[in-house]
Ligand binder design. Structure first.
Ligand SMILES: Cc1cc2nc3c(=O)[nH]c(=O)nc-3n(C[C@H](O)[C@H](O)[C@H](O)COP(=O)(O)O)c2cc1C
Length: 181
């Protein structure tokens, strides 16, 4: 059996995003037996049922999710909730027949935000995940501050404690996928 394929999806589109930094760290430090890639949402338009011919960026997103054994959702907090880019990506993917691309997919959530480290948005995302029937990893949770020096100016994660938490969460996700099989 090949590596477990994890697809990271980030709710922030900016280049120096700290949430993207979390996913980049995961990509670079995935445990043995796991590979992490990151979805490109830059060209994904707002979901609109009138768009019959899916844009290339949407087709690629659907293919990436289909090929993934698990998802890793990086969840910034915007006005106490999840960022629209992440919700929009999930909305597009959820329109596959019978929600076949998301239903039952093992998924972990992490995030960087303001005062509560994106906790409020992560719990909103967990509510969304119930309807999508994502199989969420409950623990360990990962909340961190985007503003306390844990990330450098490029959004790279430089806080060793959080670096270790990312790796621990990936290991738990690996165990979770194997347990669900
Ligand atoms: C529109 C907007 C609303 C925000 N609202 C909140 C909020 O309610 N709570 C919070 O902790 N941070 C809030 N923030 C700060 C974001 O959580 C912070 O910018 C986050 O780290 C962005 O992630 P990024 O570094 O990945 O871009 C907000 C930022 C934006 C742009």
């Amino acid at each position: 059996m090949g590596d477990l394929r994890v697809l990271g999806i980030c709710g922030s589109l900016r280049k120096a995003s700290t949430n993207l930094g979390l996913l980049r760290y995961a990509l670079q430090h995935a445990p043995d037996g796991m590979s992490v890639t990151i979805a490109d949402l830059a060209e994904v338009p707002f979901y609109n049922a009138d768009i019959v011919d899916k844009p290339a960026a949407v087709v690629r997103l659907l293919e990436d999710v289909e090929q993934a054994d698990a998802l890793l959702l990086a969840c910034p907090e915007y006005n106490y909730s999840l960022a629209p880019a992440l919700k929009n990506a999930l909305d597009w993917v959820s329109r596959a027949p019978e929600n076949c691309l998301l239903s039952g997919k093992p998924t972990a959530i992490l995030g960087a935000g303001g005062g509560m480290g994106s906790a409020r948005s992560q719990y909103h995302l967990r509510q969304v995940a119930v309807f999508l029937n994502l199989h969420l990893l409950n623990k360990p949770e990962l909340f961190c501050s985007a503003f306390d020096g844990s990330f450098d100016e490029h959004g790279d994660l430089i806080n060793e404690k959080i670096q270790a938490q990312v790796v621990t969460q990936l290991q738990a996700l690996q165990d979770w996928v194997l347990r669900l099989r």
